[in-house]
Structures are given as structure tokens and as C-alpha cells.
Write a protein that binds this ligand. Structure first.
Ligand code: SF4
Ligand code: FES
Length: 220
């Protein structure tokens, strides 16, 4: 079954913007990028008539969760995934992924494909495994660094592009495929092809799983 969504659509002659309420964490990257188009004080809060299609597309690309997407109506270019998959733990918040992404359950059912996703790390989301912003009212604290002991460079298959994310109830998420894992400060970075990442918020080796979910009784 695909992930639950609640999509609103905003259209001008040149571009159609879609907004998935379920995936917005109010990080406001869109608002900062183009306040004349994305204005939470106005209704509708997205007005594509107020900006050029290229500028709107650039602002949408900055949405870290994939809540925003667009379709060009002026034959302008569509969004293309970055050539490299990247994974970054956001301080006190979700794991941010960019690239050619596929989220699947352990039976192999694809729930979501996208160029941008935010995975919950705090264990409190009501829209698991995606972040829904609940970390802001939780006591989850994590600087978003990659532990030195965990930095290793894997040999990557040259032809693989996709980063596949799988998860099951009460367990960490498995990331499989070529990706660069980068600490929030950008200094600690490694290329790898497989990692088990914490979803319960209790690991002592974040962003990786250390088995704490069992003792924590994590069952989401
Ligand atoms: S950038 Fe994306 S997640 Fe952030 S407020 Fe805008 S739509 Fe929501
Ligand atoms: S990290 Fe955002 S809801 Fe858990």
C-alpha cells in the first residue's frame, strides 16, 4: 500500500505545484527561498502566479521532505535526481535523503519513490517511517554527527543508482545502494552501500542502530 498522502494542487499557466500535507514538517525552506509564492499567512498559502516558473522549481527543490513537487506547463525542465545519493542526519530531527530513492516494506512492496525524503529518527512520528515534525515536541536530541568509528569507505558497484530504504515494525531502517553519508556539519562524510539506521531515537551510535530499540520496546 502506498504511503498515506493528502495532496493539494496550485496552478498557474506555467507550472503546477503539489503539496502533500502529510509530509510537510514546516521547515520553511520554501518560505525562505521564495516568500512571495510560499506564504503561510495567506490563503491559498502557495500562489504560483506570484513567481517565475524557474524560481518556483528551484524553491521546490529545496523542500527537504518531498512535500513539494511540480509539473512544468511551459515545457521547462522537470526535476532530475542528483547524480549522487546523499543521507544527512538533521540535528534533533529526521534523516534527510536525496537522490534516486525507493521506500519499500520487507515484502518488497514499493511504498514511495522520490528524489527527497525525511525519515523519522526520534521514534515519535505519526506517519512512520517518514518524519511528521513530531521531533519538535519530543525530547530527542542529536547533533547529527557521524561517529568516527563508523566512517568507512565501501567499494561501490559502479552501475547501481538507486538507494533503497526498507523497514519493518520495531526495527531500524536498512539503507541499501550507493550513497554518501554526511554529518550535519559536512565535515564527516563517507561513501557506503549499506547501513542500518536508528528509528527509535534511543541509539548511542546515531545515526546508526545499536540494538537499543529492543530494550526501548520500540514497536512502531
Ligand atoms: S520546505 Fe517542504 S517541508 Fe518545509 S515548509 Fe515547505 S513544504 Fe513543508
Ligand atoms: S524525526 Fe521528525 S517526527 Fe521523528
Amino acid at each position: 500500500m502506498p504511503m498515506e498522502s493528502e495532496i493539494h494542487t496550485y496552478t498557474s499557466d506555467d507550472i503546477e505545484v503539489t503539496y502533500d500535507v502529510k509530509r510537510c514538517i514546516h521547515a520553511a525552506a520554501c518560505v525562505h527561498a521564495l516568500p512571495e509564492v510560499f506564504d503561510p499567512e495567506k490563503r491559498p498559502w502557495i500562489d504560483p502566479e506570484q513567481g517565475a516558473a524557474d524560481a518556483i522549481a528551484d524553491a521546490v527543490h529545496q523542500c527537504p521532505t518531498g512535500a513539494l513537487h511540480y509539473q512544468r506547463r511551459d515545457n521547462g525542465p522537470s526535476e532530475t535526481p542528483p547524480t549522487e545519493n546523499t543521507v544527512t542526519p538533521f540535528p534533533n530531527g529526521p534523516l534527510l535523503l536525496r537522490g534516486t530513492l525507493e521506500l519499500a516494506d520487507t515484502d518488497g512492496h514499493v511504498l514511495l519513490t522520490d528524489t527527497r525524503m525525511a525519515l523519522c529518527r526520534c521514534g515519535q512520528s505519526g506517519n512512520m517511517p517518514l518524519c511528521d515534525g513530531s521531533h519538535a515536541s519530543s525530547d530527542f536530541e542529536d547533533a547529527g554527527a557521524i561517529p568516527d568509528a563508523m566512517i568507512r569507505e565501501d567499494e561501490l558497484p559502479s552501475d547501481a543508482k538507486k538507494l533503497r530504504i526498507t523497514f519493518e515494525k520495531g526495527s531500524p531502517a536498512t539503507l541499501q545502494g550507493p550513497f554518501r553519508l554526511e554529518g550535519a556539519e559536512g565535515a564527516d562524510s563517507t561513501h557506503t552501500k549499506k547501513a542500518y539506521v536508528c528509528r527509535c531515537g534511543q541509539s548511542g551510535t546515531t545515526p546508526f542502530c545499536d540494538g537499543s530499540h529492543t530494550a526501548a520496546g520500540f514497536s512502531t
